[in-house]
Design a protein around this ligand. Structure first.
Ligand SMILES: Cc1cc2nc3c(=O)[nH]c(=O)nc-3n(C[C@H](O)[C@H](O)[C@H](O)COP(=O)(O)OP(=O)(O)OC[C@H]3O[C@@H](n4cnc5c(N)ncnc54)[C@H](O)[C@@H]3O)c2cc1C
Length: 285
């Protein structure tokens, strides 16, 4: 199938992009970033945007740099940029670990970090990382700029707090302290498939006990989110099999899993326990 007819816009600046978007958003105008989610849905005619605002020619959106205590990821930064650590320390290592699980190499060379966040697939690895670390999403429109914390940004399956006329210009991830331990684990039926469930964990230790734990689960519910019950099970505990099992059980009990023709809710719940435990175990390796 070929996409339905649309008008194509190629702005060269952010101001131009948001001005065009303000005009075309009411007629189902959309941003085109890497096109790795949007174009297939257009080809199947599941999406029929009448206008595409292609942001790939906007140099300012290629920004990938540390600003204060955050890593700023512009809207045109591709997944593949994270294959090697983009910043020294645990954050760079976490991103380099996670990126290998996203789709396949050709998709990673074109798809963007911010496109994944804006698309908000429940099984997006970057959405799960953003939820775990408490990312900030920067949205721009002709009405101004606003910063949206991850806990308010993800609203449900492919639904976010972005308005139709807003460009997600960058995502800001907090740098992780050098002694932060992290782990990531996901389960999918085949390499490159979307995960059925995944977990990101990170924490620090003080006198051998866990402090400031973060545990987020993706793929199991309509949106990736931190699981407070699992984090509470870790606070003050010694990292190891007992505390990890307790956190895993808490995560499994807390989620309200999605169900589909291939995967029952019970199976996904069980999997949430497993991926949470394994993500925590990887924090020790
Ligand atoms: C076979 C296959 C397997 C895949 N597997 C995975 C996987 O395992 N994990 C995973 O996370 N993803 C996977 N993907 C999706 C891939 O990661 C996409 O690159 C990503 O979801 C979207 O990024 P994009 O830049 O391609 O966005 P696009 O496809 O260009 O856009 C997607 C949507 O987001 C909107 N959008 C994009 N950027 C912005 C922005 N800056 N501001 C506002 N709105 C914006 C667009 O308007 C559109 O509605 C897979 C894709 C394919 C085809």
């Amino acid at each position: 199938m070929k996409p339905a007819q649309f008008s194509y816009h190629a702005p060269k600046t952010v101001d131009e992009a948001i001005a065009v978007l303000a005009e075309v958003a009411p007629q189902d105008g959309r941003i085109l970033a890497g096109g790795q989610s949007l174009v297939p849905t257009m080809a199947f005619r599941l999406a029929r945007p009448t206008h595409l605002v292609d942001i790939n020619g906007i140099d300012a959106l290629r920004r990938l740099e540390v600003d204060g205590d955050e890593l700023c990821i512009g809207a045109c930064v591709r997944h593949e940029a994270f294959r090697r650590p983009v910043v020294a320390g645990p954050l760079g290592e976490l991103l380099a670990t996670v990126v290998r699980y996203i789709a396949h190499y050709p998709i990673r060379t074109r798809g963007t970090f911010c496109g994944s966040i804006a698309h908000a697939d429940p099984a997006s690895e970057w959405c799960t990382v953003a939820a775990a670390l408490g990312a900030t999403m920067v949205a721009k429109s002709v009405r101004g700029t606003r910063s949206i914390p991850a806990r308010e940004f993800f609203a449900g399956i492919m639904t976010t707090a972005l308005d139709d006329d807003e460009l997600l210009s960058e995502v800001r991830l907090p740098l992780l302290a050098p002694d932060t331990r992290f782990g990531f684990y996901e389960f999918s039926r085949r390499a490159g498939d979307f995960a059925i469930a995944m977990a990101v964990s990170c924490y620090r230790t003080s006198e051998g006990k866990i402090v400031a734990p973060r545990v987020a689960v993706g793929g199991a519910e309509p949106k990736a989110r931190r699981i407070a019950a699992a984090e509470q099970a870790l606070v003050g505990a010694v990292p190891g099999p007992d505390s990890f099992a307790a956190a895993a059980a808490a995560a499994a009990a807390d989620v309200d899993p999605m169900e589909d023709a291939m995967t029952s809710a019970d199976y996904r719940r069980d999997l949430v326990g497993t991926v949470t435990r394994r993500a925590l175990e990887r924090s020790l390796s």
